[in-house]
Ligand binder design. Structure first.
Ligand code: NAD
Length: 476
């Protein structure tokens, strides 16, 4: 597929290509242009040209366009989901959820379009003020490969409703779903140039977007280290930057928890999308009274999961997105074996030497007895590996939960309201779930503390983060 600038498919200046492979088979699916700095400039120019017309539309009209475009996505969700599975790897059911999730986000922002009204402030004899919100201009969105459709929705929904135009850069391994969505949105009524998609590497296209003075706000989702680099690169520029980075979410299971429900929560919370989710359960802390029965049940359930090509029926876990990601996980588990800083309870190997030889599969893995300070709990492990730790009480669970540089999400599983309240008040994270993990509806703000980033996405206030106030002061 080609990139999309000003409503047209375009080759890119350099005429070089990036190959996109199916992670289940290693086969080449398609190729996209390896964009350059010049392509970014062309996309920013196209977005600037489209800005006036888009920004001047009443917010309700922009909302209606988003609504109709979301309908077009819904009409084609099965086909889109199939393509998403082929480039990303996740099981078809997860892809269908993700594509419908994308439509949900646009519909949510369409739904609040009539309430974007600004405010009036009365100052008595000093006069009255009317405060309106205006779009920032051209915004940039840089997205990762783990949830390409959902994260595209999180960024474009509020930015477009607020009246901005956009340049979006997909991840190099999953550009096709983003390009298809861009094309469908235009077929659904989004004017040309309002959303431009430039494919290419982080080093060329990503860096050029960070540095481009025409991009007023940049919303980035990805790795912690890339986020730091972007912050440095943006330096003294006045660009507004949102960083949605990694996480190492703890899940705390107390002795009074519903064991079966929490086992299912841990299973979905960790192994959804082959463990490649920012707010997945990445550390499990179980109260010692139930640790043995809980771990036995969890292990049985993990061993019952079917790993395979996401297009197959009854597949629970697809391949990892790339050989690189799979090898990172393999290396980490080999280190655990060598350093004896944990016991592999199940899994701990890739699926090489099977019918899956050419795909990037890794068996879901549980590790117990992880030593304090092990990289398995201090780093973000972005794959199907779950360290399982035992805690004597809630104090210890909260202490361990907070013993992390990250602070994206956390969950507690309990029937006791006071336990839930303590976790909510004391665990440092942007979202605390009680008897749930990993639900991220568009109505709810999402984002983390500490090294998990800065800024938030989603929720009814998100259009404000893509706009600025302008005040009319009436002295009368
Ligand atoms: P990544 O940082 O490697 O890449 C993300 C995007 O940034 C890609 O499009 C990439 O091409 C681009 N990029 C790379 N180098 C760049 C540079 N120097 N300048 C500008 N752009 C650059 O991350 P990834 O491996 O694709 O994604 C996984 C990470 O994303 C995990 O850490 C995960 O937790 C995080 N994530 C966070 C959230 C959230 O909302 N907090 C959601 C999903 C994923």
């Amino acid at each position: 597929m080609l990139m999309r600038i000003g409503g047209k498919e375009t080759m890119g200046i350099d005429e070089t290509w990036i190959e996109v492979k199916n992670p289940a088979t290693g086969e080449l699916i398609d190729r996209v242009p390896a964009g350059t700095k010049e392509d970014v400039t062309n996309a920013v120019d196209a977005a600037e040209t489209a800005f006036d017309g888009w920004a001047k539309k009443p917010t309700r009209d922009r909302g209606m366009i988003l609504y109709h475009a979301a309908g077009k996505v819904r009409d084609q969700y099965k086909d889109l989901a199939r393509h998403l599975t082929i480039e990303q790897g996740k099981p078809l059911k997860e892809s269908m959820d993700e594509v419908r999730g994308f439509a949900n986000i646009l519909e949510f922002y369409a739904g609040i379009s009539a309430s974007q009204n600004g405010e009036a402030i009365r100052l008595g004899t000093a006069g009255d003020c009317i405060v309106v919100r205006q779009p920032l201009g051209v915004c940039g969105a840089i997205i990762p490969w783990n949830m390409p459709a959902i994260i595209m929705g999180w960024k474009i929904g509020p930015a477009l409703l607020a009246g901005n135009t956009l340049v979006l850069k997909p991840a190099s391994s999953t550009p096709l779903t983003n390009l298809r969505l861009g094309q469908i949105l235009e077929e659904g009524g989004l004017p040309p140039g309002v959303l431009n998609i430039v494919t290419g590497s982080g080093e060329s296209v990503g860096t050029a977007m960070v540095k481009h003075p025409g991009i007023r706000k940049l919303s980035f989702t990805g790795d912690r280290e890339t986020g730091s680099r972007i912050r440095e690169l943006a330096g003294a520029s006045s660009k507004d930057i949102t960083l949605e980075l990694g996480g190492s979410d703890p899940m705390i299971v107390m002795a009074d928890a519903d064991i079966d429900k929490s086992v299912e929560g841990a299973l979905r919370g960790r192994f959804y999308n082959a463990g490649q989710t920012c707010s997945a359960v990445k550390r499990l802390y179980i109260h010692e009274k139930i640790a043995s029965v809980f771990t036995k049940k969890l292990r049985e359930r993990v061993e019952s999961l079917t790993v395979g090509n996401g297009l197959g029926s009854r597949i629970d876990i697809g391949p990892m997105n790339s050989a690189e990601q799979r090898d990172k996980i393999s290396r980490r588990i080999e280190e655990t074996r060598e350093n004896r800083d944990g016991t592999i309870l199940t899994g701990g190997h890739s699926l090489k030497g099977t019918v899956y030889e050419k795909g990037y599969f890794y068996r879901p893995t549980l590790v117990s007895g992880v030593l304090p300070g092990s990289g398995l709990v201090t780093d973000e492990i972005f794959g199907p590996v779950l360290p399982v730790m035992t805690v004597p009480d809630l104090d210890a669970a909260i202490r361990e939960a907070n013993n992390s540089r990250f602070g994206l999400g956390a969950s507690v599983w309990t029937k006791d309201l006071s336990t839930a309240k303590r976790v909510f008040n004391e665990v440092k994270a942007g979202i605390i779930w009680v008897n749930r993990h990993l639900s991220v509806p568009p109505e709810v703000p999402f984002g983390g503390m500490n090294d998990s980033g800065m800024g938030r996405e989603n929720g009814q206030h998100a259009p404000e983060w893509y706009s600025q106030t302008k005040t009319l002061y009436l002295g009368w």
